[in-house]
Write a protein of this length. Structure first.
Length: 720
DNA sequence: CATGTCTCCATTTTT
DNA sequence: TGGAGACATG
């Protein structure tokens, strides 16, 4: 035991050790990039268990992604010969699902509630807007979805929204109607999973105290990415005897646009950690020059908790800067360098090409394809998001829950069985009149002659299906559904249907794998419960991005999706003003700081070698744009940079560069700066014009005041 | 109902 | 430039 115990602590540095063996207290762990964050988190859990301070059921560990949760579990079981079944390790959404399945009655949900993924939610909203005769020009479904989700993410129900203008009031009406529709159909979207759990625990003190007593240790990963609702959610589980450990890095907060609230870190310090702050600053990933560049850059951000990475490794190579004439030449350079590295023995999957926006991948892919270099692009459709898989799942959903109108509309005429738009519209009207679901209405419409023939056929088909799968295990049931629904036959007849058929077969396999997985073991183990659990799994874990992974291939991805990964060599591309930092970020509150954090994340992905590239001309939106070098390039100390072509440093500035320089140095006002105006409040500088007393500044004050040009001579402005 | 044509638009993404 | 979605036509 003793030797075992010391072995899990072996090799930890003093700060890591302090975090892992912290007494029963709450603490904030500020964990820099590459500082062994996941290791600390998992070793902490192992340490608590091994020393008998807590039993597995006393631990709640929350992550953002399934990948992170899985990795934690894998590393934990590698450290401890322990059945981790009692531990609650999972994503916010996964754990909420678990909670709501167990306490569906207390939460006011049907036992077999369905989970809507973003695409399901969007079509539910479209359906709703149509039934409310909303003007979808004025109220775009995407915008409505965004409105609903961002309010849920802040913990606001429709009745709590402060709507002072008719537009917002209408949005709040849609929100409220949407929630009603979801309740009627037994559907729950992603944000709702959290909000429901939050409300249930807020209202039900018996339940809350039960969990507070149970969980003695709460651990949260990537805390800087939590939104307001998630923090509120977490607090319900924290009782008087719970210790919370939040691990995060404010410098790597790059998800403000989807609700992440870095202020949670400060709140957490105030609410729980007090002055218990442990900084993990030793970096085990990158060489010194790379870290110096990252440190210098991020130090320009005003709002940080403060942290400086260091490494015991040597300085390593300088950062290579390449200024290309245009985007194609940038791609050509990367191809040549990657080929050379590969020849010298670097595995292709140790080389990553990062970009700010997905559109940049096209030119790169073209060049790589032409050179015959295998590559893999991250992003895109995932397994459970493919249309054929969603169709198949819709049959399951309708069988599990006949009130699921989304599933009904998706499959009632797919494969085509002669039920046209007219029939469907009549059915929808009838259902609305009867305050009933489409399925129930369709069942009753048998009596009416004419026009319902196709519908009657569909009802009969589903009923026969329901009969046939009784007693079948999930994979067999799915296989049966694929045949009798006509889905298989449909794709067989299609000329490019082979891939889709393969995916449908894969779905059967996925079900077979699932029923062997501990995830599937819920309180209820009847067939219906199993099916509901599988559907939840499909929604919560959309699966791998695409096939063709695993093989040795160059990695192409956005900077956002590179977070958490590392590579021997990184090409950081498109370092141009307007692209990185992105144009629109300039108008956002704290936009530049977030872009800088993004740049920080990008730099710290590289272990040995980092290339930064810029294209002086780039095809964007069908037009050639002349881009000046990103300010981030000049924010890296020149001594760390090594130009690899003659164009750098530019001795003769282009006019645009001169303008940029004057904006950078002569005046105290800079792009992206936060300022306060006596009347308009705080805003961010998005443009500058002129010199000295003639200077005008364009500022985005957000909200009611919006974007304004102000003459510096008259406007009283102060920096914030 | 499938397919062609037009128009509009354009960060970042997990659950 | 090119993809997605709306609309029209055989």
């Amino acid at each position: 035991m003793k030797s075992n115990m010391s072995s899990i602590l072996d090799g930890l540095n003093p700060e890591q050790l302090a975090a892992v063996t912290l007494p029963h207290q709450s603490a904030l762990i500020l964990a820099g990039a590459g500082s062994g964050k996941t290791r600390v988190l998992t070793t902490r859990i192992a340490w608590l268990l091994q020393t008998g301070q807590v039993s597995p059921s006393g631990i709640l560990a929350v992550t953002f992604t399934n990948k992170a949760a899985k990795e934690m579990l894998v590393r934990l079981t590698a450290m401890l010969p322990l059945d981790p079944r009692g531990i609650w390790i999972g994503t916010f959404h996964g754990l909420s699902n678990r909670l709501l399945r167990t306490h569906h009655r207390e939460a006011g949900l049907p036992r077999l509630f369905q989970i809507l993924d973003s695409a399901d939610q969007l079509s539910a909203i479209k359906r709703l807007l149509k039934s409310m005769n909303a003007d979808t020009e004025k109220f775009e479904p995407k915008k409505v979805q965004n409105f609903i989700n961002s309010n849920k993410d802040t913990g606001l129900r429709s009745d709590k929204i402060e709507a002072y203008d008719p537009y917002t009031r209408r949005l709040a009406d849609f929100y409220s109607a949407y929630d009603e529709q979801c309740n009627r159909e037994g559907a729950v979207d992603f944000a709702e999973l959290l909000l429901r759990s939050d409300e249930m625990l807020a209202r039900n003190s018996v339940l809350r105290e039960h969990y507070q007593e149970r969980f003695r240790h709460l651990l949260v990963d990537e805390f800087q990415d939590t939104n307001r609702l998630q923090y509120r959610w977490l607090k319900h589980f924290a009782g008087a005897s719970s210790a919370l450990m939040a691990v995060g890095d404010d410098d790597q907060s790059i998800y403000a646009f989807r609700g992440a609230h870095t202020g949670n870190m400060n709140d957490f310090q105030r609410d729980y950690a007090h002055d218990n702050l442990i900084k993990l600053e030793q970096n085990y990933r990158s060489h010194g020059n790379i870290l110096d560049a990252a440190n210098a850059l991020i130090s320009l951000n005003q709002t940080r908790l403060g942290k400086n990475l260091w490494t015991a490794a040597g300085p390593g190579e300088l950062i290579r800067v390449y200024i290309a004439y245009n985007d194609q030449e940038e791609a050509r350079f990367i191809v040549e360098e990657a080929q050379a590295l590969h020849r010298e023995g670097t595995a292709l999957n140790e080389i990553a090409v990062l970009y700010r926006s997905n559109a940049q991948s096209r030119v790169l892919e073209h060049a790589l394809f032409g050179a015959g270099i295998p590559y893999r692009v991250y992003g895109g459709l995932r397994f459970f998001e493919r249309q054929e898989v969603k169709h198949a799942l819709a049959y399951l959903r309708l069988l599990a829950n006949p009130d699921d109108d989304s599933a009904f509309t998706r499959i009632v005429n797919f494969p085509a069985r002669g039920i046209g738009a007219r029939t469907l519209e009549q059915l929808i009207d009838a259902a609305q009149g009867a305050q009933s679901s489409l399925w129930r209405t369709a069942c009753n419409s048998d009596a009416k002659p004419g026009g319902t023939k196709g519908l009657a056929g569909f009802v009969a088909l589903m009923r026969a299906m329901q009969e046939a799968i009784i007693g079948l295990a999930l994979p067999e049931a799915i296989a049966h559904i694929l045949q009798t629904s006509g889905l298989m036959a449909h794709y067989q007849a299609e000329k490019d249907g082979q891939d889709r058929m393969d995916n449908l077969h894969e779905l059967v396999n996925a079900a077979a794998t699932f029923i062997r997985d501990p995830d599937a073991l819920a309180e209820e183990d009847d067939d219906e419960g199993m099916m509901a659990n599988f559907l939840a799994h499909a929604a919560l874990e959309a699966g791998m991005h695409q096939a063709g992974a695993g093989h040795d291939a160059l990695q192409l991805m956005t900077v956002h999706s590179a977070k958490g990964l590392e590579f021997q060599t990184v090409f950081l591309t498109g370092l141009e003003e307007g692209l990185f930092p992105s144009e629109q970020s300039l108008a956002e509150h704290d936009g530049i700081e977030e872009e800088r954090r993004l740049m920080y994340v990008a730099i710290t992905r590289a272990r040995q070698r980092l290339y930064v590239t810029q294209a002086q001309n780039r095809m964007l939106h069908g037009q050639t744009r002349y881009g000046i070098a990103s300010r981030f390039l000049s924010e890296i100390p020149a001594v760390l940079l090594k130009p690899v072509n003659a164009a750098y440093p530019a001795h003769a500035d282009t006019p645009l560069q001169t303008v940029a320089r004057s904006q950078h140095s002569n005046s105290p006002w800079r792009m992206g700066m936060n300022v306060r105006h006596a009347k308009f409040g705080t805003g961010v500088v998005i443009n500058l014009e002129g010199q000295g007393n003639d200077m005008r500044i364009q500022i985005n004050f957000g909200g009611a005041h919006g974007i304004k040009w102000l003459a510096l001579e008259y406007a009283k402005l102060e920096a914030v």
